[in-house]
Design a protein around this ligand. Structure first.
Ligand SMILES: [Zn+2]
Length: 169
């Protein structure tokens, strides 16, 4: 059995089930049935607006976002899908916190639900730096399907890397 790197955080039964769906060629169908459409957010400006809308709605009080963009260095250098930078600079004697969110460009080609999941993840880091219980509670509060979406996103990435299939191009 090939190692399913995107699913390594899941239990053995889940990994086996994913492998079975993959072997039987049923993963495409599973994903396309649940998530028939790709979103249309392709530029950094669109991604910024999308993220701001979610922030305004759920995390109004968190510190402002200086930058939100797609960045191909995210996954290669950090083995992550999204990245959060907290930059503190001195402005006229005052400390000013700035946040940047960088998202792997693979999220240009996916259903809107998966993009939302990763944006919610990065927004939640504005409040909770660590991946602790409070962090995941916040994620699930903003997006009730957070855990299911993360699993399904990882199934899509598994399909893409193992069978070089792109479902949402
Ligand atoms: Zn994180």
């Amino acid at each position: 059995m090939q190692k399913l790197i995107y699913l390594s955080g899941y239990s053995e039964p889940i990994q086996q089930q994913a492998q079975r769906l993959l072997n039987e060629g049923k993963l495409d169908h599973y994903l396309l049935k649940r998530y028939p459409q790709a979103h249309s957010i392709k530029t950094d400006a669109q991604l910024y607006d999308y993220t701001q809308q979610l922030k305004q709605r759920y995390m109004k009080k968190a510190s402002p976002l200086r930058k939100v963009c797609f960045d191909s260095k995210v996954s290669v250098e950090h083995h992550a899908l999204g990245l959060n930078a907290h930059i503190t600079r001195v402005h006229g004697g005052k400390l000013k916190a700035n946040h940047e969110i960088r998202i792997d460009p693979c999220f240009k080609h996916c259903p809107e639900e998966f993009l939302r999941m990763i944006v919610v993840h990065e927004l939640a880091h504005l409040k909770e730096r660590q991946h602790n219980k409070a962090f995941y509670q916040l994620c699930s509060h903003i997006e009730p399907d957070y855990f299911q979406l993360e699993l399904d996103l990882r199934l899509m990435l598994t399909l893409q890397t193992q069978q070089h299939k792109k479902l949402y191009e």
